[in-house]
Design a protein around this ligand. Structure first.
Ligand SMILES: [Zn+2]
Ligand SMILES: [Zn+2]
Length: 246
């Protein structure tokens, strides 16, 4: 790492087969959040910048390396599976396939280009934020609403910034803890499927950078930068179908 040293390295015990001794080695935590580890976050930020410079704005597909012939895409490998595993898979597929219209799949990763009336061409990208639904009201800071002035929390109290109640359920009896827990448990799968479904629906191999962050109410929350653009309604439709599917 070029930018300082990780502030909370993960310790690993390494066994040296030559000397028969073991020692403890610190491995960088690799966090992308400055609040967790500034040096690692900075290193990650620089890596992303480099990756963006080299790949994000490409308008041609990179040539696959010569020795990558055997490497398959996850979507394609299913079709090449042996007969027996394919049968198993096809049953599973049907149960958890998202209810979305089929689009012919293109191998490209480059997004669509748009030409403005003045002849300039654009190839926009997009930002997606995925927020899970509400499980019930949580205590929050007073807000300023146009025409209404200061609006207090749902519970009627104007909470201070340091109130321990903030972001906790207003009514613990009706707050949907079960759903909150299930959503949090299945969130990684949800993100995987979301991108899979988005690619299927958009018809190209959209590439993305994403980060998952906890919200104050502790629900996970996804920010993704995606190469190319997909209609807003399509993204919404995919998100809904994916949530339903997972
Ligand atoms: Zn670190
Ligand atoms: Zn409150």
């Amino acid at each position: 790492m070029t930018n300082g040293v990780c502030v909370r390295p993960v310790l690993n015990r390494v066994f040296d087969t030559q000397t028969g001794t073991d020692r403890v080695v610190g491995v960088s935590c690799g966090s992308t959040l400055v609040s967790k580890c500034p040096p690692c976050a900075e290193a990650n930020r620089r890596l992303r910048m480099q990756q963006c410079r080299e790949g994000w704005h490409r308008d041609t597909e990179p040539e696959p390396p010569a020795d990558m012939d055997d490497v398959q895409d996850e979507d394609e490998s299913a079709a090449d599976d042996t007969e027996s595993t394919r049968r198993v898979r096809s049953t599973r597929r049907r149960q958890d396939a998202a209810d979305l219209p089929k689009v012919e799949m293109d191998k490209r990763t480059v997004g669509a280009t748009f030409t403005a009336p003045n002849g300039k061409t654009y190839r926009p990208s997009m930002f997606i934020t995925l927020t899970l639904g509400s499980y019930g009201a949580t205590h929050r800071l007073p807000r300023h609403v146009q025409g209404k002035g200061i609006v207090p929390c749902e519970c009627g109290v104007v909470h201070g910034r340091t109130s321990p109640l903030l972001s906790t359920p207003v009514d613990p009896d009706t707050y949907n803890y079960r759903r909150a827990a299930l959503d949090a448990l299945h969130f990684p799968k949800l993100v995987d499927r979301l991108m899979q479904n988005l690619r299927r629906r958009a018809g190209y191999k959209a590439q993305y950078f994403a980060v998952v962050e906890p919200q104050k109410r502790l629900a996970p929350h996804l920010h993704a930068a995606v190469r190319g653009t997909v209609a807003r309604d399509t993204v919404r439709e995919v998100a809904k179908a994916t949530y339903h599917q997972v």
